[in-house]
Design a protein. Sequence first.
Length: 133
Amino acid sequence: MPITKADMFKGIFMRTPPFAVVILSLALLSAVSALAHSALVRASPATGTRVLKSPPRVELWSTEEIEPAFSSVAVFGEGGHEVDNRDAAVSTDKKMLAVSIPPLPFGRYRVAWHVVAVDTHKAEGSFPFVISP
């Protein structure tokens, strides 16, 4: 009697040791948890935009809860000097990081941020915005 493909696959799966199934399951779970890293989902002012007047603050929203002690945001002017009020804080829901800024003149600004999520995953980046009429 000839062996069919179905018979071949049955034999393979029946001979697979249980520890191989466990290893494969752990690998799949690790891949899924790696997708849960913190990421910037929104910013105000939005990344790369032009605003007509100086915003009172810069706000950044994260996909994960932010650890306040290890996270920061700063706003830099064209000369590279920090122009924010150095009062970065995390919202009560721990998903938004903000810093207030004084009234700024027209010009180009860069927001630099670094976030450590409560699950210890890190994310960082920077983006420009412009204040002009």
